[in-house]
Design a binder for this molecule. Structure first.
Ligand SMILES: CC(C)(COP(=O)(O)OP(=O)(O)OC[C@H]1O[C@@H](n2cnc3c(N)ncnc32)[C@H](O)[C@@H]1OP(=O)(O)O)[C@@H](O)C(=O)NCCC(=O)NCCS
Length: 175
């Protein structure tokens, strides 16, 4: 049985200023940031999101086979917790190179970080921190205090990334 690592962040206590340099550095290197809401929740953009998510998810330990496109849309997009404003995208030269997707669970009063991923050539440059800064701002502006996430215990990079942002272990938020 997998002993999942459950983390959560109190976005009210998050210090944006500490992570703004990562956003500015990425922007200064020619990376643009936008959301699915700004680009439009269209069929083409859903497919591009699926492709990016699938490519990044290939590096998640024990992820197994990824969703088919139809299953991804049914389980991740066509659900009440999906908000296109919560899909933060990093784009360089027209190519989607990074994402951070957050769902909003009004029934539980919690936001959930579904997937943060950066294409391999762009990793270890602080891009995930820039993406998550924008994701955290989305959570805050949506009126939520808690951002939760769940990781395979061997996903060291993702766990370290979230701890770097101030996520702590939790046991009582969305399973
Ligand atoms: C996890 C992931 C999104 C990190 O993206 P990234 O842009 O390379 O990360 P950053 O450069 O912003 O690093 C942020 C922090 O995360 C940690 N980190 C990132 N990659 C790491 C690695 N390979 N090993 C250890 N720590 C790592 C570090 O603490 C780092 O801060 P530091 O550079 O100041 O030490 C990326 O590795 C990825 O896409 N992995 C595959 C998909 C995945 O597992 N997603 C998470 C599941 S939702």
């Amino acid at each position: 049985m997998v002993d999942w690592v459950r983390l959560r962040l109190d976005v009210d206590g998050f210090d944006d200023g500490e992570f703004e340099p990562y956003l500015r550095r990425a922007q200064g290197s020619g990376i643009g940031f936008t959301t699915m809401a700004e680009l439009g929740d269209t069929a083409d953009h859903r497919r591009a999101l699926y492709d990016l998510n699938k490519m990044c998810s290939a590096d998640i330990p024990d992820r197994g086979e990824f969703y088919t496109y139809d299953a991804y849309v049914a389980q991740r997009i066509d659900v009440p917790a999906f908000d296109p404003g919560g899909v933060i995208l990093a784009i360089r030269d027209g190519v989607w190179i990074g994402m951070s997707a957050t769902s909003l669970h009004a029934d539980k009063g919690v936001a959930f970080s579904e997937m943060t991923g950066v294409l391999a050539p762009y990793r270890r440059q602080g891009l995930s921190l820039a993406l998550k800064l924008l994701a955290i701002r989305f959570v805050r502006s949506s009126g939520y205090r808690w951002l939760a996430t769940l990781h395979h215990p061997r996903n060291a990079s993702a766990i370290a990334m979230n701890r770097r942002l101030g996520f702590v272990d939790q046991t009582d938020v969305r399973s």
